[in-house]
Design a binder for this molecule. Structure first.
Ligand code: DAH
Length: 352
């Protein structure tokens, strides 16, 4: 092989290197020249056949050529790797410039929120929050709460009784009928059966009544029961506590008043009214012209009730109260119809 041939080989390989469009192609060019059977490798191998006087010059030329080609190969390999990496990045790129698909989280229903807020008010003054069962017995719901056997609220017209498949009454311990509780008051009995005073508890939960839904009635709603039993508890404590609660929930501008009432489990008993938020107390359709809206029932625990749970009425006294959360929500936010709270209309619910 002659010097000219090697120069020609070099030029043609440099051309191939420049023309290689991918790392793969470049590798083929490398193998064809510098591989085991590559053209330049063969020249090196056949150096023995070259006449002695030419060997040194030719050898030096071949070696220099190999170095040049290796350098050119390495440089081109670097270029190709860069452009191939760029192409991969481009191909695998995720377009994050589009607006993301949002998943609305939903929010707490007004009634759940208000129930929680009322519990917080009482927690702040030392009450514990407990829950009683929604399926109750006549004993806890009526008898131990001092309701006489012929009390009208025991009737089938007012309370849902649980029947078995044949339609027969369901009884617990052979005597007490099973019902869906129409009030949270039975939770009072359950707590007093289990615990000794001092007792300061709140019992929120669902209640059921045989009512047709109308602007001021719901067949299922939420009540919060409160009970305090301790030494030296008086009606003044009841009044102070509930006035504090009303100011916390309705704000400082709404007035409250206590009206005498009757409940079987408290004596004396009262109902608490809050001044109407629509007319400010002067009288309008919302408050039936009275300027007042009833928000809860309350009273001093009847000593007969203590008799059912073995608490000494000579030593302890207490007060209790019960409120409807849906009703309080309507009065707080001037909602004219209880049913609006259950319809799930987002235009309404989003306002709270
Ligand atoms: N349970 C009564 C009702 O559903 C509300 C109530 C009134 C609860 C007076 C009480 C109370 O604890 O002392 O109408």
């Amino acid at each position: 092989m002659q010097t000219v041939d090697i120069e020609a080989l070099k030029r043609s390989v440099l051309g191939d290197i420049a023309a290689a469009g991918s790392s793969k192609e470049l590798e083929q060019v490398r193998i064809a020249v510098l591989g085991k059977k590559g053209s330049l490798t063969q020249v090196l191998r056949s150096m023995g056949e070259v006449p002695k006087e030419q060997r040194a010059t030719l050898g030096a030329l071949v070696n220099a050529t190999r170095e040049q080609l290796e350098e050119a190969l390495a440089q081109r390999a670097g270029e190709l790797q860069n452009s191939e990496l760029e192409a991969t990045i481009k191909a695998e790129a995720v377009d994050v410039t589009l607006p993301g698909r949002s998943h609305p989280l939903g929010s707490e229903h007004l009634i759940s929120r208000l129930t929680r807020e009322i519990c917080e008010v009482f927690r702040g003054i030392g009450y514990r929050v407990i829950e009683g069962p929604e399926v109750e017995t006549e004993y806890y719901n009526f008898t131990a709460l001092n309701a006489p056997a012929d009390h009208p609220s025991r009737s089938l017209q007012d309370t849902f009784y649980v029947r078995d498949r044949s339609g027969a009454e369901t009884r617990v311990a052979g005597e007490s009928e099973v019902l869906l509780r129409p009030q949270t008051s039975p939770a009072q009995i359950r707590v007093m059966e289990q615990e000794k005073p001092p007792i300061y508890i709140l019992a929120p939960g669902r209640v059921y009544r045989r009512d047709t839904a109308d602007p001021s009635h719901l067949p299922q709603f939420t009540q919060i029961e409160g009970l305090v039993v301790d030494e030296g508890i008086s009606f003044a404590d009841l009044k102070g506590t509930l006035e504090y609660f009303c100011k916390e929930v309705f704000g400082p501008d709404r007035k409250t008043r206590f009206r005498p009432h009757f409940f079987p489990f408290t004596e004396p008993s009262a109902e608490v009214d809050v001044s109407c938020g629509i007319c400010g107390g002067s009288g309008c359709r919302f408050c039936g012209g009275t300027g007042w809206l009833e928000i809860l029932g309350c009273g001093m625990v009847d000593p007969n009730v203590f008799g059912f749970v073995n608490i000494d009425p000579e030593r302890y006294s207490g007060f209790a109260f019960g409120m409807g959360v849906e009703r309080i929500a309507c009065l707080k936010y001037d909602v004219p119809d209880l049913r609006m709270l259950l319809e799930g209309d987002m235009r309404f619910l989003r306002q709270f």
